[in-house]
Design a protein around this ligand. Structure first.
Ligand code: SAM
Length: 482
């Protein structure tokens, strides 16, 4: 069937379908929700997502609307503890980003202010309920429908993957659209596979077949190739579990050796994406007419074999490309030397509009410098009573300036008041408990360039072939139309 939570998530989380347990930014646990424990390990609450923010029995998640915030289970987890903490097979992958720690899950009473990215903290009264939940377990999650984007950031990595900024641009440039036929090699961990499946999906079969094209062509398809046996098998399982087997066909194949026909059928590709170490070796299989494939895979694409001859084809040539359209191609290579060899092969094989692009995505980290007691203590400086007083004085100064500004609209220089000994204790206490802190200047910094390099994208187009006969036919149609 063509039912997939990626394509039609519906309004609520359902049994046996993939959902994304979102713990915090860059930390998500993809989970297929089960209403019973198949492994039958005797847990009364059935299958459970165990995270460091608490335990979430599947049965408490099934039926919840997407986007729901769910508190950790208050169920006694003693039995699980004794049994050695039964864990979900797929552990969430944590990316080590310091700024994650400013996100929600660890601190149930923190929320992110979407306007300015600042973290706001609820008042003790508002936070009471959360505090209780925190004591019983440790936090909450959000339940999200799967999308190619959150799958990319949570999938089990078997290889390097193509990330969202790259694949969004690639899919746009190769003109992937509902109904397209895309060739993808190698499939790797299936990040690009999921994004391209969504891009080409054309809805479920419809009764009216207005253009006379077959339903299969209209549905759009990803022809995916992977030569690593285990990766091929794992991705096949995932595609099936995710209900994408009607849209994605995965083949176990070395495409540089054996090309792109599947069971002697042509994918009739409109678009191609090659994420391979040597894309120039695959290009001779992506031609419109019989390719000049060298008899030994070692020589350059398009170069006759050492003895000056090419092997005679044993079967009549069938192109993997759509004969009725220009075909759009993208290759993805981390090194410039790979790009050079790829472009050289492209030129020999008639590809045009060759262009290389590098996408450089930078994360800007914007935050307010904390002032007050953290200025010293958090950076490991020794805090003496004098330095604490100094910090508190600055705090009061800023507070006073803010107050005047908000009350009168005037910016006034604050005075360095002496800290009232009674207040000192109170302020110190709240700072230690981190209920209150004052914020300083807004500062930003960005990731260094070297960290943002993923790959070079080479785009090219192979024009449609146009024979004298085609011209005749086109003219005939044209004349009749007038
Ligand atoms: N695009 C994938 C993703 O987004 O998850 C990642 C692809 S990974 C970087 C490259 C994959 O190409 C590897 O899994 C490798 O096994 C496969 N591969 C390399 N050479 C191949 C070939 N000649 N035929 C088929 N697959 C190949």
């Amino acid at each position: 069937s063509h039912s997939s939570p990626f394509l039609h998530p519906g309004a609520v989380a359902k049994t046996d379908r993939l959902s994304i347990v979102h713990l915090k930014r860059d930390l998500q646990a993809p989970t297929i929700l089960k209403d019973h424990d198949e492994d039958d390990e005797g847990y009364s609450e059935g299958k459970v997502v165990n995270t460091r923010f608490g335990s979430f029995p599947h049965i408490t998640l099934i039926g919840l609307p997407w986007g729901a915030q769910v508190r950790a289970s208050k169920v006694d987890t003693g039995s699980r503890g004794r049994r050695g903490q039964k864990q979900e097979k797929k552990q969430p992958q944590e990316k080590k980003r310091k700024r994650d720690d400013a996100d929600s899950a660890e601190h149930p009473n923190k929320r992110r202010d979407s306007e300015n990215g600042d973290v706001a903290i609820s008042t003790p009264a508002e936070g009471k309920e959360e505090k209780e939940a925190e004591t019983a377990a440790s936090g909450f999650i959000h339940l999200l429908p799967p999308t190619p984007e959150n799958w990319t950031s949570s999938l089990p990595h078997r290889t390097q993957v193509v990330y969202t900024p790259d694949y969004s641009y690639i899919l746009h440039r190769i003109r992937a659209r509902p109904g397209s036929s895309i060739i993808e090699a190698g499939a790797g961990s299936g990040s690009f596979t999921h994004a391209s499946a969504r891009a080409v999906f054309h809805g479920y079969p419809r009764e009216a077949d207005v253009n006379g094209t077959s339903q299969e062509e209209k549905l759009g398809k990803v022809w995916s190739f992977e030569f690593h046996e285990l990766r091929h098998q794992k991705l096949g399982e995932e595609i099936k579990e995710h209900g994408l087997d009607g849209v994605v066909q995965i083949t176990h194949r070395d495409v540089c050796e054996d090309g792109f026909l599947v069971e002697e059928q042509s994918p009739k590709a409109d678009a191609i994406f090659l994420d391979l170490p040597a894309p120039w070796l695959a290009l001779p299989h992506l031609t419109r007419s019989s390719p000049p494939i060298p008899s030994h895979g070692t020589s350059e694409a398009g170069t006759p074999a050492a003895n000056g001859t090419t092997e005679a084809p044993t079967t009549p040539f069938l192109s993997a490309l759509n004969p009725t359209k220009p075909v759009h191609l993208c290759t993805f290579s981390p090194c410039i030397e790979q790009v050079q060899r790829t472009i050289s092969a492209m030129r020999k094989l008639g590809w045009v509009d060759i262009e290389m692009v590098e996408l450089s995505q930078k994360r800007f980290e914007v935050r307010r410098e904390r002032i007050g007691i953290d200025n010293g203590a958090q950076r490991g400086l020794q805090t003496t009573p004098a330095s604490v007083d100094e910090a508190l004085a600055r705090l009061i100064e800023v507070e006073g300036t803010f107050k005047t500004f908000h009350e009168t609209g005037e910016k006034v220089e604050g005075k360095k008041d002496k800290v009232n000994p009674n207040n000192r204790e109170k302020i110190l206490e709240s700072l230690v408990e981190r209920k209150v802190y004052k914020e300083g200047n807004l500062v930003h910094r960005c990731e260094p360039e070297i960290k943002t390099h993923t790959s070079y994208l080479v785009f090219a187009v192979l024009p449609q072939e146009w024979s004298a006969e085609d011209e005749e036919k086109a003219r005939a149609k044209w004349v009749v139309k007038i």
